[in-house]
Design a protein around this ligand. Structure first.
Ligand SMILES: Cc1cc2nc3c(=O)[nH]c(=O)nc-3n(C[C@H](O)[C@H](O)[C@H](O)COP(=O)(O)OP(=O)(O)OC[C@H]3O[C@@H](n4cnc5c(N)ncnc54)[C@H](O)[C@@H]3O)c2cc1C
Length: 389
C-alpha cells in the first residue's frame, strides 16, 4: 500500500458538513430497524459513543442477506473512492478485532484468484496493475505459488493468477452475533421479533415508529432493513432504488482443514469456515436461480469439486438463498436523505466487507451532525440529480 493511501485511510475521516449548532440538541435515542451486519455495526459504534440504542428485528438477527452471505472481505473494486471505502472496511475489521478480540474469528490469509488461458489473462494482469498503483497488496502469482498458497487445490488449465494478501473472510452469523453481543454490553437493546410497521411523520421528521410491540419514539431512526428498506423508506415518502439479485450457496458438513484462504476459481468461489464447513457458490453476480433443493446444492459442490478433489463425497449440509441489498447502480446508499433530518438510511451490497466502516462513519454522522467525505459519493440524492440520457 503506498504511503499516501495509507495516511489517508488511517487519518480520521474528513468532515465536510457542519457540526450541530448550539441550538440543536445532540441526538441520543436511536432506533435501528434491522439486525443484520449493518444495523449491528451502527448500533455498536453508536453505543460505544454513549448513545441509547434499540434495534428492532422483525424475525431473528441475521435473517436477511447477512445469514446468506459468502462474507469474503475484499476491496479490489472500482472506482477508487469505492475501493478505498471497502479497504477501510477491511481495516475496520482489524480495528474491531483489537476492540473485541479473537472471538470475532476473522480468517485472514488473503485470496487467490485464477483464470484459464485466454482473454482473462490480460484483464487479470491489467486489474492487478491498477490496484497495485492504488497501493493494494495484490500481485500476479504463478502456478507454483498457487500450489503453495492453496495446497489440495488443482487449478485445472492455468492462465494466470493473483494473490491479495490483505483479504479475509468471516462466518457472517458468528461475526454478527459477536458484534451484537458486544453492542449489548454497551447497553444496546435488541428486540425480536418486533417489526417496524409504520413511520408517523410530522414536518419532515419521523415523530413515531409503529411496531408490532407498540409505538416508539426516537431522536433518530435508522433503516438498516436490507431488501425491505425501500418499503420502509416509502413510509417516510422516500424512494430507495434497489434491484433484485439472488445468490445461492452450498454448505457442507464440517471437514478437516482443506483451505486456508479464499479460492476464486473459474466459475466457483470456495472457502472454508473455521468450523470446517466448506461454502461455495458460482460467482458474485446474480445467480438467477432460487432453487434450494438438495440437487441444486449437489451441483454447486460438484462444480467446486473440479478444483478440490477432497470435496468428492463430502455431505452437503444446506443450501442457502440470499437476496443482495443491491442499490440500482451497485453502490451504497448511506446517510440522511434530503429533508429527512432524523431518518438515516444504510442500504448496501458488500456489507460484510464495509460493515465496520459504515457503522463507524454512520455513528459520526448521526451523533455529530457531520457529513463525512468517504460517504459523500453515496447519498441517495445522486439518483434524483441524474440528467436523463
Ligand atoms: C449470496 C450473497 C453473497 C454475498 N457475499 C458477500 C461477500 O462475499 N462479501 C461481502 O462483503 N458482502 C457479501 N454479500 C453482501 C452482504 O451479505 C450484505 O451487504 C449484508 O449482509 C447486508 O447486511 P444488512 O444488515 O444491510 O441487511 P440484512 O442482513 O438483510 O439485514 C436486514 C435485517 O432487517 C430486518 N428487517 C427487515 N424489515 C424489517 C422491519 N420492517 N422491521 C424490523 N426488521 C426488519 C430483516 O429481517 C433483516 O434481518 C453477499 C450477499 C449475498 C446474498
Amino acid at each position: 500500500m503506498n504511503r499516501r493511501t495509507l495516511l489517508k485511510l488511517l487519518s480520521a475521516p474528513v468532515v465536510t458538513g457542519f457540526p450541530l449548532g448550539a441550538a440543536e440538541p445532540r441526538p441520543n435515542r436511536v432506533v435501528i430497524s434491522g439486525a443484520g451486519i449493518i444495523g449491528a455495526s451502527i448500533a455498536y459504534h453508536l453505543a460505544q459513543r454513549g448513545a441509547q440504542v434499540t434495534i428492532l428485528e422483525k424475525q431473528r438477527p441475521g435473517s436477511g442477506a447477512t445469514r446468506n452471505s459468502f462474507a469474503w472481505l475484499n476491496a479490489a473494486k472500482q472506482p477508487q473512492p469505492y475501493y478505498e471505502l471497502n479497504l477501510m472496511g477491511i481495516l475496520g475489521w482489524h480495528r474491531l478485532s483489537t476492540e473485541i478480540g479473537a472471538e470475532l474469528q476473522i480468517q485472514w490469509g488473503g485470496s487467490v484468484h485464477w483464470v484459464p488461458p485466454g482473454a482473462g489473462v490480460a484483464s487479470l494482469r491489467k486489474r492487478v496493475d491498477q490496484f497495485e498503483q492504488w497501493g493494494y497488496p495484490i500481485s500476479v502469482v504463478n502456478q507454483d505459488e498457487v500450489a503453495r498458497l492453496l495446497p489440495g487445490v488443482s487449478p485445472g488449465s492455468f492462465g494466470s493468477a493473483s494473490f491479495t494478501s490483505l483479504e479475509g473472510t468471516v462466518d457472517p452469523m458468528h461475526a454478527l452475533i459477536v458484534l451484537l453481543h458486544k453492542a449489548q454490553q454497551f447497553g444496546v437493546k435488541v428486540e425480536y421479533p418486533c417489526e417496524v410497521t409504520g413511520l408517523e411523520m410530522a414536518d419532515d421528521r419521523v415523530r413515531r415508529i409503529q411496531t408490532t410491540r407498540g409505538p416508539m419514539e426516537a431522536d433518530v431512526v435508522v433503516l438498516a432493513s436490507g431488501v425491505d428498506t425501500p418499503r420502509l423508506a416509502q413510509m417516510a415518502g422516500i424512494t430507495v432504488p434497489l434491484r433484485e439479485s439472488s445468490g445461492l450457496l452450498a454448505h457442507t458438513t464440517p471437514q478437516a482443514r482443506i483451505l486456508d484462504r479464499v479460492a476464486l476459481a473459474p466459475g466457483a468461489d470456495i472457502k472454508q469456515n473455521l468450523d470446517g464447513r466448506i461454502v461455495t457458490g458460482v460467482d458474485f453476480g446474480p445467480s438467477g436461480s432460487t432453487d434450494t433443493s438438495h440437487e441444486s446444492g449437489q451441483k454447486l459442490l460438484k462444480n467446486a469439486e473440479r478444483y478440490i478433489e477432497k470435496l468428492s463425497g463430502i455431505p452437503l449440509e444446506s443450501v442457502t438463498l440470499g437476496y443482495r441489498v443491491l442499490p440500482q447502480d451497485g453502490f451504497p446508499i448511506v446517510g440522511f436523505p434530503e429533508r429527512r433530518p432524523n431518518l438515516y438510511i444504510a442500504a448496501l451490497h458488500s456489507g460484510m466487507t464495509m460493515g465496520p466502516i459504515i457503522g463507524q462513519l454512520a455513528a459520526m454522522e448521526i451523533l455529530d451532525g457531520a457529513a463525512v467525505d468517504p460517504l459523500s459519493p453515496y447519498r441517495l440524492s445522486r439518483f434524483s440529480k441524474r440528467t436523463p440520457a
